[in-house]
Design a protein around this ligand. Structure first.
Ligand code: 4AD
Ligand code: MG
Length: 433
């Protein structure tokens, strides 16, 4: 019996006759030999069709199959030192499963990103996109392993919510039967606070939505976020958890995705420097630093993308910026007792201009203060009744954060735009495919 195998397992089958399913990536010919580059999702392999080894029909077919034809190839696995994977396939039989009905629109030439994004469902087949998706997979796996290995319980937060978490300006409304309007979740945080009161350490991991009108390379309208929440952690402990977490993710990618990072031409030296401890700087000190660097930043304003980049350039690893002004941050952050103009929060800024990858804080645990923040921001009080309950029944010091998957993947891969860090991106102008 000839085993059906994947390219990734080819080394186990040296000398054996095997069957492979895949798609034709490219081909070339030199008279008596046709070389087919076949891709099977786990790798690329060169399949050599020698005139003397196959029927005339197969030999003719091998010189005419178009790109992206789905194929089944049968042949003998041969060691070949010139091959990037060390092996090639000596073809005996070739069965075309389905020939494309027209020319593949993404042939082997340069295309503009706008066109490629329209063809995203096909573009995913390119080596670069495959590699990015694999790094993303490893980032997501590392996220789960980190929390699962540290005593956290995964709690899935709802997508339909009655209220905002990160400001009312970026809510997507959905009609919701007789109950009026629901909103797509911006963050599972409020629910994780309830979960942390039940389980101590909880996290959610799923898609979140922001009706962001921004067209920057860092914004999607739908993105994936992981959000841990920890009972009894204060802001300091929250920042320690973040640096352990992010250095764990980066180390995992370096350990398991070196070939992919090489394929992306990612300089891995800056990633190798992502070691504990990460530098910390208060917002107020950051404003002074930015001013000394020539920025027109003033105290009280949120850091914009340019300021984040300039600030992060001063450090060789991710930097934790803490204690922002209350007025630029969400209502649920704990007032800083040492300076009530500020809150006990932090952002983590990635190096190399990738900007904010984490936002987190210690939460306001005082019932009256929280209620007055809700009122001051003009939020609908009744929608937060359940959230206020958490401060009525055994309120507690607690903190948590959210890490955006696409920004993290972009940074680790060294790709300029978050839209390539997710299979099917959603932005202001993009709902297709
Ligand atoms: O800073 P944010 O808005 O924080 C929260 O939502 C908190 N409630 C999280 C928490 O404490 N549980 O978002 C967290 C992270 C950002 O640092 C960024 O990485 C990512 O989510 N993010 C986005 N990623 C892509 N597109 C967008 N529009 C994003 N908005 C936020
Ligand atoms: Mg933020």
């Amino acid at each position: 019996m000839r085993p059906t195998i994947y390219v990734a397992d080819i080394a186990k089958h040296e000398g054996q006759e095997v069957v492979l399913h895949g798609w034709l990536h490219n081909r070339r010919s030199s008279g008596k030999l046709h070389f087919l580059q076949v891709r099977d999702g786990t790798g690329f392999i060169q399949c050599v069709v020698f005139k003397g080894n196959v029927t005339p029909e197969v030999f003719h077919e091998a010189d005419h199959v178009p790109q992206e034809t789905s194929l089944t190839v049968t042949g003998t696995v041969k060691k070949d030192p010139r091959s990037p994977i060390g092996y090639e396939l000596d073809v005996k039989e070739l069965a075309v499963q389905a020939r494309p009905s027209r020319e593949f629109p993404l042939g082997h030439k340069e295309h503009g990103v706008a066109f490629l994004m329209e063809q995203r469902h096909l573009w995913l087949r390119s080596q670069r996109q495959q590699v990015i998706l694999r790094v993303r997979h490893t980032v997501e796996r590392a996220i789960r392993d980190f929390f699962d290995g540290n005593g956290f319980t995964l709690v899935d937060a709802p997508i339909f919510t009655p209220s905002a978490c990160e400001g009312t300006s970026t809510l997507f409304e959905v009609p919701y039967f007789d109950l009026g309007k629901a909103y797509l979740t911006q963050s599972g945080q409020l629910y994780m606070e309830a979960a942390a009161m039940a389980l101590g350490k909880a996290y959610c991991f799923g898609p979140t939505f922001r009706a962001e009108k921004s067209k920057t390379r860092r914004h999607l309208t739908e993105f994936w976020m992981v959000e841990p929440e920890v009972a009894w952690n204060d802001s300091d402990a929250n920042m320690r958890l973040q640096e352990e977490f992010v250095s764990y993710i980066v180390a995992r990618c370096l350990a398991r995705r070196k070939p992919e990072l090489v394929e992306l031409e990612r300089d891995t030296k800056p990633l190798e420097r992502v070691q504990l401890p990460f530098p910390r700087i208060s917002y107020s000190a950051a404003v002074e630093k930015l001013q000394s660097l020539g920025s027109d930043m003033v105290w009280g304003r949120d850091l914009g993308g340019d300021e984040e980049t300039l600030l992060a350039q001063q450090f060789d690893r991710p930097v934790l910026v803490h204690d922002y002004p209350k007025q630029v941050k969400a209502f649920d952050m704990k007032e800083n007792p040492a300076d009530p103009r500020t809150v006990l929060n932090n952002d983590m800024l990635a190096p190399e201009g990738y900007g904010e990858i984490i936002g987190g804080s210690q939460r306001e645990d005082d019932y009256d203060k929280l209620l007055s923040r809700i009122r001051a921001e003009g939020l609908p009080e009744d929608a937060y009744g359940w959230y206020l309950d958490l401060r009525k029944y055994g309120t507690f010091v607690h903190a948590g954060f959210g890490l955006g998957v696409e920004r993290t993947v972009s940074w680790i891969c060294g790709i300029p735009h978050v839209r390539e860090a997710i299979a099917f991106p959603r932005t202001l102008y993009k709902l297709w495919p």
